[in-house]
Ligand binder design. Structure first.
Ligand code: HEC
Ligand code: HEC
Length: 153
């Protein structure tokens, strides 16, 4: 590959995955310096994975985590979240293609990722407040989580 082609290819990759353009992203678990994580834009994922909780941005979990999660949908945190095979394959492809480049792969929880625990090192009583109840209830504290905004407001 000529140098010019190599540059063109690099520019294409950067354009296709703007979230990963800065090295800080990989360090911070797929969200950038301003606390932004590209919201889900994939219709099937929004529909099927946004029923019981918000459709979590793909960039907040590494691909291995999404794979494991999609392998275990019939036993999804006490719920049966099974989907027809083609729908599941489509969602899996979207999530893994847009996943965090690194992260903890021994858990399928965003809320057990090291970066997440660092950002949310609060008094334990916080999680028992009636309007919060769960660490996974991002929208209780991040009004604009659905738009991918997690920064301090
Ligand atoms: C109890 C309230 C609460 C809940 C629930 C919560 N967060 Fe947060 N989160 C915070 C606070 C407070 C901060 C620190 C904000 C700051 O310093 O900019 C934070 C920081 C973050 C950041 C880093 C923002 C930055 O500026 O870099 C991300 C990303 C994030 N949260 C994602 C999530 C996700 C995803 C969920 C749900 C799975 C979640 N949070 C649930 C309160 C919460
Ligand atoms: C039938 C309801 C239901 C559906 C549908 C569902 N989930 Fe969940 N999901 C849950 C429950 C319940 C939890 C646990 C929430 C908690 O701990 O408060 C959860 C937790 C999660 C978590 C971990 C949150 C954390 O703590 O970091 C992820 C990631 C997740 N779901 C992704 C998905 C994806 C992807 C889909 C679509 C394929 C999906 N869910 C569909 C009910 C559902």
């Amino acid at each position: 590959m000529s140098l010019r082609h190599a540059f063109a290819a690099a520019a294409l990759i950067a354009a296709a995955a703007p979230l990963f353009a800065s090295p800080s992203l990989a360090d911070r678990g797929g969200h950038d310096r301003d606390g932004a994580a590209r919201p889900v834009t994939h219709a099937a994922t929004l529909k099927e994975c946004g029923q019981c909780h918000m459709a979590f941005p793909a960039a907040l979990l590494p691909a291995a985590g999404w794979d494991r999660l999609m392998d275990t949908l019939p036993r999804h945190f006490g719920e049966d979240a099974s989907l027809p095979a083609e729908v599941a394959a489509d969602i899996r492809a979207y999530l893994t293609a847009n996943a965090a480049r690194r992260g903890d792969t021994d858990t399928i929880r965003i809320t057990e990722q090291r970066w997440w625990l660092r950002e949310h090192d609060f008094r334990p009583q916080i999680w028992e407040r009636p309007h919060i109840r769960s660490k996974a209830n991002c929208e209780a504290c991040h009004d604009r989580a659905g738009q991918g905004v997690f920064e301090d407001e």
